[in-house]
Design a protein around this ligand. Structure first.
Ligand code: ADP
Length: 540
């Protein structure tokens, strides 16, 4: 016997239609590249998204065509998200912080037909254009007044294209498994690989990530995604925000501590999300100026391990709850988040914090396990660490244009090494290529970094493997001191005593002015390893 319920495909357009009908006057506020503030409502955004769909159709786009974006978080980018996917096109967000050759490679691989970009990226696009094989239209995301007097490109003005349309357009319904958007991994090993999301996977991810034990989004929230819309769809917030009808605040390119702080305050932001490094700048600015938040109460931090010291600072000094999350481009991206269970309520604060420092529990929809190199499942005892594998309706089955499946027995190998405890809380100990293998034992680089980051004189720290004649690899700690602090190698090493086993303490410390970051703001371990490839440890 079949169920007798309505057949309604899960369409991305329905999120925005819902927001426009039921939260029509909720605002979307953007700090524009041009410098000013733009505000309008979900109702306005839905109308403009329909016009975007019409305009892209007029440019010759057909269902399945890819539309590339090189853009900050802003209302035009938001309209393109919905105007493309909603009309059956595929939104391809591109990370502008990648190397230009990588960006050109990605655009050619995705075969983007139209490229929409913010004013910031005009010089970049002019440079890339001769290498782009598929792009037929270059659309500058601005108004007529800001169009450049001359350019080597035949530019089209986004606002003019949109405003020329009537908006008399009905969002089509089609197979919910159709491609909706595509994101490339940053390609730390080899060429980047495309993850192709569907309408179905995006909506399920949006539902799941809005749940109380996940991001806990609601119409009461004012959400400011610091995480860029070019980094795994801003972790789905443009979708889950519309799903719950939350006010959205987009910071544009203005991501320094001062600009962010002012926007958090003026727009009464309650919730945000970003990688650990973005909070460093904000915290430093606020401390220097003795500032506090008036409405901002919780944030998701993920993308790389959030140092417990950062959680403490945000919670104790700024009254902001940190929700530690783990995910990947291949997971749309959310997999796990750390929240307490009812049975943890009466635990001493220190024990609660210990739980919350982990990467957390899966959201329903995702399943996970840890396996050894032979694929055998390992126990959930919080001690055994193994390769983390996952599955679920918002996990990729294969990469764009690649025939071979990355799956092992139906599970996606994440490349992360993790433990899972008896309460199903997962903790990442390392990326498999970042673990330090000392005399056959594994040392977690994340553990070493977390300890270093809790030292008051440390701004940022990275632990990497360094060649050692006897132990194969030993840990080397690379440290950026806080301005004006005089931390020595000996003081840093002494700080580890009693905090971890003696054999895990780094063999050496080097101080640098800056640690390199990837295009998504993570520590670039590969580059550091190359830089210190010939470093001679004092123990060697
Ligand atoms: P990239 O930023 O390299 O483009 P992803 O965002 O997909 O790609 O990176 C996913 C990886 O980031 C994970 O496999 C994991 O190694 C790391 N990661 C994400 N969140 C966390 C976290 N909370 N703790 C530790 N590592 C994390």
């Amino acid at each position: 016997m079949m169920g007798q319920m309505m057949q309604m495909p899960l369409m991305i357009s329905s999120l925005l239609v819902h927001a426009a009908r039921h939260h029509g006057d909720a605002e979307i506020v953007s700090k524009r590249v041009e410098g000013d503030i733009h505000r309008y409502t979900y109702r306005d955004a839905e109308l403009r998204a329909r016009k975007v769909a019409q305009a892209l159709g007029r440019l010759g786009c057909e269902p399945g065509d890819r539309v590339g974006t090189l853009a900050w978080n802003g209302y035009r980018h938001f309209e393109i998200y919905y105007g493309t996917s909603g009309s059956g096109l595929v939104c391809h967000t591109i990370n502008p912080r990648l190397f230009p050759e990588q960006i050109a490679w990605i655009i050619n691989d995705a075969e983007d037909r139209v490229l929409c970009f913010d004013l910031t990226f005009l010089p970049l696009v002019e440079k890339l254009a001769p290498h782009l094989r598929s792009v037929q239209h270059f659309v500058l995301m601005t108004d007529r007044a800001h169009m450049p007097a001359s350019s080597s490109l035949d530019l089209e003005c986004y606002d003019e294209l949109v405003e020329a349309e009537s908006g008399e357009y009905r969002w089509p319904e089609f197979d919910e498994n159709s491609a909706s958007s595509i994101c490339y991994t940053s390609g730390t090993t080899g060429n980047p690989k495309g993850a192709v999301y569907s309408h179905r996977s995006t909506i399920l991810h949006a539902y799941a990530s809005a749940l109380p034990d996940a991001m806990d989004c609601s119409a009461k929230d004012v959400i400011l995604p610091v995480v860029p819309m070019f980094h795994v769809n801003a972790w789905g917030l443009p979708y889950s925000g519309a799903l719950v009808g939350a006010k959205l605040v987009f910071p544009g390119p203005h991501l320094d501590g001062k600009s962010l702080y002012e926007l958090f305050e003026s727009e009464k932001v309650t919730f945000s999300a970003g990688v650990p490094t973005v909070w460093l700048g904000l915290i430093t600015y606020m401390k220097q100026n003795g500032l506090k938040f008036s409405t901002f109460r919780r944030t998701v931090i993920g993308g790389s391990a959030c140092p417990p010291a950062m959680m403490r600072t945000l919670e104790d000094e700024f009254n902001v709850e940190v929700i530690h999350a783990w995910g990947m481009t291949e997971l749309s991206p959310l997999g796990t988040l750390s929240k307490l269970k009812a049975k943890h309520r009466d635990l001493p604060v220190e024990q609660q914090r210990h739980i919350l420092e982990k990467q957390g529990k899966v959201i329903y929809g995702i399943d996970m396990k840890i396996v050894d190199d032979a694929g055998r499942e390992l126990p959930w005892d919080g001690k055994a660490s193994g390769n983390l594998v996952v599955r679920g309706p918002w996990v990729i089955e294969r990469y764009f244009k690649r025939d071979e499946s990355p799956l092992l027995d139906g599970w996606f190998p994440t490349g992360d090494v993790a433990t899972i405890d008896a309460d199903a809380y997962m903790q990442i100990t390392d990326r498999s290529k970042d673990v330090i293998k000392s005399g056959g034992e594994w040392i977690s680089s994340i553990d070493l970094e977390n300890i270093a980051m809790s030292h008051p004189a440390v701004h940022e720290a990275a632990a990497i493997a360094c060649k050692h004649p006897k132990w194969d690899e030993r840990p080397l700690l690379v440290v950026v001191r806080k301005p004006g602090q005089s931390l020595t190698r000996e003081e840093m090493l002494a700080y580890y005593e009693g905090k971890i086993a003696k054999w895990q303490i780094p063999d050496d410390v080097v101080f640098v002015d800056e640690i390199p970051h990837t295009a998504t703001g993570k520590i670039q371990k590969l580059k550091l390893r190359e830089e210190f490839a010939h470093h001679v440890l004092p123990t060697a």
